[in-house]
Design a protein around this ligand. Structure first.
Ligand SMILES: [Zn+2]
Length: 206
């Protein structure tokens, strides 16, 4: 299920209180929700250009533009080869990839000792937030532990990634707080990468 969060990636409030400095802070939750619904209700009927999306929407203002961008980023809206927009296939891998920090760093590089908990917390809350099922979330996380070498770096008391992930299901169920914990994890990862790069002069692939 997709929730209609504030389209500012640095805010993403799901209520009437926005992060300080959010450009949409005057907008209520119901206005934000309406912007998303205006867009999705057109695209559920039509595959069309952005121009005709605007023409067919009940209303269109700058909040709609931001909500539209957000839906594209999250993969809820896809672009066809002809350049038209349509309801996206949310199951594509691309749409599950966090595109902004701190999550992008965690997703790309994995976590290191000292931030395993915060990093995992942030990813689980993110996947819950974008509407992945628990099964999909577990699969993404298992792949992530393997792909990034996080599990091999050690520092876990659980016997396997799966055992650890299962212990954290409450985070998925609650689904909040990824930003603070994610930022804390990112700082540790960045420090670790800087010290490793200077000591080994090793190139980092992303
Ligand atoms: Zn906001």
């Amino acid at each position: 299920m997709f929730e209609y969060h504030c389209p500012n990636p640095d805010c993403q409030t799901a209520c009437d209180i926005h992060e300080a400095g959010c450009p949409h802070e005057e907008r209520s939750r119901s206005e934000i929700e309406k912007a998303y619904v205006d867009i999705l209700s057109v695209l559920s009927r039509l595959t069309c250009s952005k121009k005709s999306l605007k023409e067919n929407a009940h209303e269109w203002d700058e909040l709609h533009d931001k909500a539209f961008e957000r839906l594209v980023q999250l993969g809820h809206i896809a672009k066809t080869d002809e350049g038209y927009y349509t309801i996206g296939d949310h199951s594509t891998r691309e749409s599950k990839r966090p595109y902004s920090d701190p999550l992008a760093t965690i997703y790309r590089h994995g976590t290191v000792a000292g931030c395993h908990d915060n990093g995992l917390f942030a990813l689980i809350a993110f996947y819950s937030h974008i509407g992945l099922s628990w099964e999909e979330t577990k699969k993404e996380l298992k792949d992530w532990y393997e792909r990034t070498g996080t599990w091999e770096r050690g520092g876990f008391t659980e016997p396997s990634p799966e055992a650890l992930i299962l212990k954290k299901k409450h985070i998925y169920d609650e689904g909040y707080g990824w930003k603070t914990k994610g930022q804390a994890a990112r700082e540790v990862i960045d420090r670790h990468r800087r010290s490793r790069d200077t000591s080994q002069q090793e190139s980092v692939h992303s």
